[in-house]
Unconditional design. Structure first.
Length: 637
């Protein structure tokens, strides 16, 4: 096994800034920054296969639709593709809205700046961005520059840029803005960065109306985010003419803290953030603009970017970048608004039920266990939230049944059905799709397949024999408290039988009718609710029955008529009662359905045999009794 080597000599610790009077820790973010989307430049330069013109075109249009007003569209001196794409944007009427700035990047080299400016000729709003590294490492290793030489180069390029843009009469039709990035800002001496930026500012001569942008990149993220915030606060408080400056952030994500760095640095005084959607960009990426925007949104601050159809954004980003969005990416990942685990599902389900009970509307305060954002706000459906596998409890499957079938299962039925779901998920060793769960439910409770016991025809009448006193002559009898008589035809495994029973109400009279044929069930739990509304309204009835053996079974009835729905539920319970005995082909959709006689004829000999381990079960006895009674009736005995 290789051992991780001692890093103490090889790697230097970052040096935190001594900023005893720092203000940012007690500030909050209360407005969105100016956003700059650099997907088409920093994002694009990091791709295995950079975008072609068509892909850039599609991406650009999406950024505009989302609401970005500053878009870094290219590095025009790098390739003909980038140059041509920039020209196409400038030359195609209507594609760049009047309030959108086209930003382009060039290094501090006059020939490349010239080409870059040429690419934007005729643009309405053009933002020229140049960069030069200020860190000791880059000056020494890459350029061989002293500090003075760095300042000289930066100033020369700013002056040159000025001469061919805002000072050039030929460019009068274009509103020019200017951005300078001291590359590797976060690894540079803060005092030196101020020196360079003061010199560049003097060369460009910004105004309050048209400020210069100083973009302060963590080109490589090398320290904790608080250090970046300190560096930004230092810059903001030490640069002169702050009102003529827009302080911009450009965090990379090498240590995985780019979002935190961007947020703390806004608290430290920055005005603008550069990044890419879903954090694409060099190495571990630029700061993720989706996360930053939706972090604001979940604090009640509109980011001025519209992510209400995030799936569409994901589609475009994935196609153009040719990189999938990670399933756990904040907000956008396919799994981030899903809960598989039982206790999470339970809490979310309760959260939604509470919300409904309290009559909360879509726009009312959001407070939901485990869900910081209402999935609907980014175009996700509630169905996607709860997904069921072997880690799930009763709440998950119940939620899916509620959303898909509008059935609000009683707690006992949730527990019973959850066992069925658990077994199936364990058997398959994978997630059950919501369609599979509803199928399983419909099979288990005979909502699509016919139950063993089926009502064909029936009447419920008042049982006048239960009246303690006969009605007074000439007066109508109050039948409210009298018993009921069930008379009807019940098909058992397709064969029709006449049944009759008496009881306190329709359910108990049918239960007694069933008792007459050997099915002895007591109703232990009953719940009903309406499904739908208006003329389409139906009743859903849930009945839990016990038998003398304490075996519990559920039946469900759905019908326009509430009485019939409860009778169907009771017969469903009777069917499950028969099926639930050991050895029955319970829940197996494709298993051949056996007749009641076959239920008894387990060994095919025509003789009832006791179960090998438990002896004869109550249900076997009762089925036996049922068949005896039915056969006697059929034989006219
Ligand atoms: C942190 C960032 O994201 S910075 C942006 C990086 N993006 C890109 O580089 C994408 C586009 N780049 C390119 O197409 C090319 O690198 C070009 C056109 C800029 C330059 O190409 P080439 O002239 O062939 O140079 P090459 O790429 O080999 O090396 C870079 C050169 O630029 C120099 N350079 C690097 N940064 C800068 C800068 N900010 N200003 C001026 N020169 C710079 C290097 O020192 C090196 O110079 P050298 O050739 O004298 O040693
Ligand atoms: C060009 C600059 C702004 C850059 O991309 C970086 O430093 O990361
Ligand atoms: Mg960058």
């Amino acid at each position: 096994m290789p051992m991780l080597k001692d890093p103490s000599k090889k790697y230097n610790r970052f040096t935190p800034l001594n900023l005893p009077n720092r203000q940012w820790p007690s500030r909050t973010i209360d407005k969105p920054p100016r956003w700059l989307a650099t997907d088409l430049r920093d994002g694009n330069q990091s791709l295995v296969d950079p975008m072609n013109g068509e892909e850039k075109w599609r991406y650009f249009k999406m950024l505009v639709e989302l609401g970005y007003k500053e878009i870094e569209v290219s590095f025009p001196s790098a390739s003909q593709t980038d140059f041509d794409f920039t020209r196409r944007l400038v030359e195609t009427p209507g594609v760049v809205p009047d309030d959108v700035w086209l930003q382009v990047l060039a290094p501090c080299r006059e020939d490349l700046i010239r080409r870059t400016v040429d690419s934007l000729k005729g643009a309405k709003k053009a933002l020229l961005h140049i960069y030069l590294a200020t860190s000791e490492c880059f000056r020494r290793v890459v350029f061989g520059f002293t500090e003075e030489e760095t300042i000289e180069r930066a100033v020369a390029c700013a002056k040159y840029a000025r001469s061919i843009t805002k000072d050039d009469p030929d460019q009068a039709g274009t509103e020019w803005a200017f951005e300078f990035s001291p590359e590797c800002f976060s690894d540079s001496s803060p005092e030196f960065v101020i020196q360079v930026c003061e010199a560049v500012k003097a060369a460009w001569e910004p105004t309050v109306e048209n400020p210069i942008i100083f973009n302060l990149p963590a080109t490589v993220e090398m320290a904790t985010p608080n250090v970046y915030a300190d560096q930004i606060e230092y810059f903001c408080t030490n640069i002169s003419e702050r009102e003529k400056i827009c302080v911009s952030l450009h965090p990379h994500n090498d240590r995985g803290c780019a979002v935190a760095a961007a947020e703390l640095a806004q608290m430290a005084g920055a005005d603008r953030v550069e990044g890419c959607l879903f954090g694409n960009g060099e190495r571990t990426g630029n700061v993720d603009l989706v996360t930053l925007a939706l972090n604001l949104y979940t604090q009640g601050i509109h980011p001025n970017i519209d992510f209400s159809d995030l799936n569409r954004v994901i589609d475009t980003v994935e196609v153009c970048n040719k990189i999938p969005i990670h399933p756990r990416a904040p907000y956008g990942g396919s799994l981030v608004v899903c809960a598989f685990s039982g206790s999470h599902q339970d809490a979310i389900k309760k959260g939604f039920v509470n919300r409904e009970r309290e009559g909360k509307a879509y726009e009312d305060t959001w407070q939901m266990p485990y869900l910081p954002l209402d999935p609907q706000d980014i175009g996700r459906t509630y169905e996607a939230i709860i997904r069921v596998n072997s880690q799930s409890g009763k709440g998950g499957a119940a939620w899916i049944i509620l959303r898909k079938l509008e059935l609000d299962l009683p707690r006992g039925l949730q527990i019973a059905f959850s066992k069925v779901v658990q077994k199936k998920a364990d058997e398959l060793g994978r997630e059950l799709l919501s369609a599979e769960i509803t199928d399983l439910f419909e099979q288990t409770y005979f909502l699509r397949d016919h139950p063993r016991f089926n009502i064909v025809d029936y009447s419920i009448s008042v049982d006048r024999s239960t009246s303690p006193v006969p009605p007074e002559p000439g007066k109508t009898q109050d039948t409210k408290n009298l018993g009921r008589v069930f008379k009807g035809v019940v098909a058992i495994d397709g064969k029709e039988y006449q049944l009759e029973g008496r009881g306190n109400g329709p359910i108990s009279s049918l239960a007694n009718a069933l008792k007459g044929v050997g099915i002895d069930l007591d109703v232990a739990d009953y719940k009903e609710h309406a499904i739908g509304g208006g003329r389409e309204v139906k009743a859903a009835t849930y009945i839990e029955c016990t038998s003398g053996s304490a075996q519990k079974v559920w039946g469900i009835g759905i019908h326009e008529d509430v009485v019939q729905s409860s009778l169907i539920a009771l017969l469903g319970a009777a069917s499950n009662f028969v099926l639930s005995r050991p050895g029955s082909p319970i829940l197996s959709k494709h298993a051949p359905k056996r007749s009641l006689d076959q239920e008894l004829d387990i060994n095919g000999s025509g003789m009832k045999v006791p179960s090998a381990t438990n002896g004869p079960t109550k249900s076997q006895d009762e089925v036996s009794e049922t068949v005896k009674v039915l056969e006697a009736k059929a034989n006219g005995m």
